[in-house]
Design a protein around this ligand. Structure first.
Ligand SMILES: [Zn+2]
Length: 441
């Protein structure tokens, strides 16, 4: 027992390739991403913060025939705004409930073919429009600028809202790392954590107290955690009559959590309370990077995995009894073909397979191709959690696994986990960004 304990303690001093979030300017890479995606260091992050970037309006005029307002900015550029959109988004107290920042104008009261009576610039450089019914609206230059309809402006605004540019990585990743306590108490540290969680997909927090309740505490830093059938938080331990393969000492192959739900949890927290003496190392791969690699190397497999919906199932009892079924694409793409989510857990992939019989073999061949790709040593990052370590990662993007471990009755490996959703995490990120950098309207 003592010798086992000593081995555990010495293991805890082993150094991993972690990258401190504080070492600003250091990209979290050893090797460069290969497929044209940007690293944190080179990504053209949209300007945040209202100060210094505002532009005055030089001229505003109605293009009556096109039913567009043309705004000329002092730098010579110009923007176009449809009359209907302007009327719909009148910011006056009759049309907007100021306390909720929500539209109170009803669509039934909106003339979607409205003209304008006249347009003028006010003394303080606002654009003022009088509508045919003599209702009048005023628009701040900054407010208009941020809602410009040009493709570039829309792209920049969407990126600022959703941070969808990702930094791809492989086994050379040095996992971004921050202090648990700092993230809890310092807005700048919390913002850096969530931005790296979004861009890189995984952030390691060090120094959490070695007692249960820390994942719940961390989720309160964001908002609230995501309740599932496994409870508000869950204990990953070797359990008799396990209701999940995670609750054994066996190897867990690379997977995302909970594809048996149609809306799987977006973010996962895992806090190490006790590590196994032997084995139990964690493995992660960048699923979005792997999907892009598959698209390039085996387009047929990519096409099959991103189009066929596969059945997943999860049955048992925990928080309460459950009988969950879903149909998910293993590689989920949006309407433009961009990979937005990986849904794959071999343990809960159902034996019910709702495919025409001739598509079954191609499906297996494709899945095998994807799994072999993600298991290549150059793609897998391995790390070993020690008590007090808390890993946070994107469960829509990363696949994670665990090496088998030796289960010792006096020294039980124990992780506590919790889920959150991306909507709540991104909400906190935007609020922190505003608190740290200020923000335009
Ligand atoms: Zn109004």
């Amino acid at each position: 027992m003592l010798s086992g304990l000593r081995r555990c303690l010495s293991a805890s001093t082993s150094r991993r390739a972690l990258w401190s979030l504080k070492s600003l300017g250091t990209p979290p890479f050893v090797s460069a991403p290969r497929f044209g995606h940007q690293t944190l260091a080179t990504a053209p992050l949209p300007a945040v913060g209202g100060g210094g970037t505002s532009l005055a309006v030089r001229r505003a005029r109605a293009l009556a025939h096109e039913r567009l307002l043309q705004v000329e900015w002092e730098d010579g550029s110009s923007s176009l705004y449809p009359f209907t959109w302007l009327r719909d988004n009148c910011q006056c107290p009759l049309c907007t409930l100021q306390s909720a920042r929500a539209r109170s104008l009803l669509l039934s009261d909106l003339d979607v073919h409205t003209g304008v009576d006249h347009v003028q610039l006010t003394e303080n450089n606002k654009v003022s429009i009088t509508w045919p019914d003599q209702h009048s609206s005023e628009y701040e230059p900054d407010w208009l600028k941020r809602r410009c309809f040009s493709p570039e402006a829309r792209r920049a605004r969407q990126e600022e809202l959703f941070l969808n540019e990702r930094t791809f990585w492989d086994s050379g990743l040095r996992i971004p790392t921050a202090s648990f306590e700092e993230v809890l108490h310092d807005d700048k540290a919390a913002l850096a954590w969530l931005q790296a969680l979004r861009r890189v997909g995984i952030v390691y927090l060090k120094g959490a107290p070695v007692e249960q309740g820390q994942v719940a505490k961390l989720s309160k830093r964001i908002g609230y955690l995501r309740l599932t059938f496994y409870g508000h938080t869950w204990q990953v331990q070797d359990k008799p009559m396990a209701n999940n393969v995670a609750y054994t000492s066996g190897k867990l192959s690379l997977h995302t959590d909970y594809p048996a739900l149609h809306h799987p949890p977006g973010v996962q927290f895992l806090h190490c309370l006790q590590q196994a003496c032997e084995g139990g190392e964690s493995e992660v791969v960048d699923g979005f990077h792997m999907a892009e690699q598959l698209r390039r190397e085996d387009p047929e497999a990519f096409s099959i995995l991103s189009s066929l919906r596969v059945d997943f199932t999860d049955t048992g009892a925990d928080y309460c009894d459950f009988c969950v079924q879903s149909k998910n694409r293993i590689i989920d793409v949006d309407s433009e073909g961009k990979v937005v989510r990986i849904n794959y857990n071999n343990a809960t992939r159902d034996s019910v397979l709702d495919l025409p019989v001739h598509k079954v073999q191609p499906f297996y061949t494709s899945l095998k191709s994807f799994v072999e790709l993600m298991n290549r040593p150059e793609n897998v990052v391995t790390y070993r959690m020690e008590p007090g370590d808390l890993v946070t990662f994107d469960n829509w993007r990363l696949l994670h696994g665990r090496r088998s471990y030796v289960s010792h009755p006096d020294y039980l490996r124990h992780l506590e986990g919790a889920y959150l959703d991306w909507d709540e995490v991104m909400s906190r990120l935007r609020i922190l960004r505003k608190a740290v950098h200020g923000d335009a309207p």
